[in-house]
Design a protein around this ligand. Structure first.
Ligand SMILES: [Fe+2]
Length: 275
C-alpha cells in the first residue's frame, strides 16, 4: 500500500503502525481515506502530538462511524460529552485494565473501534499492548481452526464490572446484566479475514461444553493469543492517540506504575453483530 497524504511506519510484525503527517483536528477526505486503509492493514494506528479537545476526539471517531455511549460506565468526560469515557488511575485509585480484552464484547453489537487519547501519562510505565487476533487464528492448525469455527461463547460482565473491579465506575445493572453469544471465530466485515473472538475479561464459557472443557479450551486460547509475536506495545506520551479495531485485536494496559497519575479518554464506535 502506498500513501500520499500520510506517512505510515509499521512498529511490529503482526500489527501496529505509527501515522504521521496529519492533524486530526483538520482532516481532509483523502487523508481520512488513507488512514482508514492503513487501519485495515495494520489493525491499530498510533498518532503523536495530537492536541485535541473532546469535540475533535469525537469528530475523528465520527468519521469512522456513530459513537457509542457506554451501557453503564459513569466516569464520563466533561459536560456534554457522554460518549467520552475517562480512565484515571493514581496512588489513591491504582487501577488500569490489565486483562486482555476486546472492548465491550458483552454487548450483542460491540463497538467496532476505539479511539484512546493520552491526556496525562506517567513518565515511565503504563504502556498499552495490543494483540492481533488474525495472527492468533492464522497460527492455529487446520484442525484447531475448524474446531474453533464451530463454537460460540457467552460474553458477560461477571468477571469484571459486576464484582466492582473497576473502582471508579458503577457496577453493571444487576437486574439485567448484559450478556451476548458470539462466534469464537469471527469474520471481519471489511477485510474478510478470520479472527479469534474470545477474551479473558468478558468471555464466560463456550456454549454446549462442560465447564472443564470450556476452561481448557479458553485457557489454551488466552495463552496462545498473548504470544509476543502477535503483539505490539505502545509507549504513551501526552497527546498520543491510538485507534484500534476491536473486531480483530485485543488489548490490555501494563500495570507497572500504578502510583503515577494517568488519565486517558476514550470514544468507541458502533459496530455490527459478530459473525
Ligand atoms: Fe479496553
Amino acid at each position: 500500500m502506498t500513501y500520499r497524504r500520510i506517512s505510515v511506519t509499521p512498529v511490529a510484525g503482526a500489527l501496529g503502525a505509527e501515522v504521521s503527517g496529519v492533524d486530526l483536528r483538520d482532516l481532509d477526505d483523502e487523508s481520512f481515506r488513507e488512514i482508514d486503509q492503513a487501519w485495515m492493514e495494520h489493525q491499530v494506528l498510533f498518532f503523536r502530538d495530537q492536541n485535541l479537545e473532546p469535540e475533535h476526539h469525537k469528530a475523528f471517531g465520527e468519521r469512522i462511524g456513530p459513537l457509542q455511549v457506554h451501557a453503564f460506565l459513569q466516569n464520563r468526560g466533561s459536560e456534554g460529552h457522554p460518549e467520552v469515557v475517562v480512565f484515571e488511575s493514581n496512588a489513591d485509585r491504582p487501577f488500569v485494565a490489565s486483562g486482555w480484552h476486546s472492548d465491550v464484547s458483552f454487548l450483542e453489537t460491540p463497538p467496532m473501534a476505539s479511539v484512546l487519547r493520552g491526556i496525562e501519562v506517567p513518565t515511565h510505565g503504563g504502556d498499552t499492548m495490543w494483540a492481533s487476533m488474525y495472527a492468533a487464528y492464522e497460527a492455529l492448525s487446520d484442525k484447531m481452526q475448524r474446531l474453533m469455527s464451530e463454537l460460540q461463547a457467552v460474553h458477560d460482565t461477571a468477571a469484571t464490572f459486576s464484582r466492582g473491579a473497576y473502582p471508579s465506575e458503577s457496577k453493571a445493572p444487576a437486574d439485567r446484566p448484559p450478556s451476548a453469544l458470539h462466534p469464537v471465530v469471527r469474520t471481519h466485515p471489511v477485510t474478510g479475514r478470520k479472527a479469534l473472538y474470545v477474551n479473558s475479561a468478558f468471555t464466560r464459557k463456550i456454549k454446549g461444553m462442560s465447564l472443564p472443557e470450556s476452561q481448557a479450551i479458553l485457557g489454551f486460547l488466552y495463552h496462545h493469543m498473548a504470544t509476543p509475536e502477535f503483539t505490539v506495545r505502545f509507549r504513551w506520551q501526552k497527546n498520543s492517540l491510538a485507534l484500534w479495531d476491536n473486531r480483530c485485536t485485543q488489548h490490555r494496559a501494563v500495570a507497572d506504575n500504578l502510583q503515577a497519575n494517568r488519565r486517558m479518554e476514550r470514544v468507541t464506535i458502533e459496530g455490527e453483530r459478530p459473525v
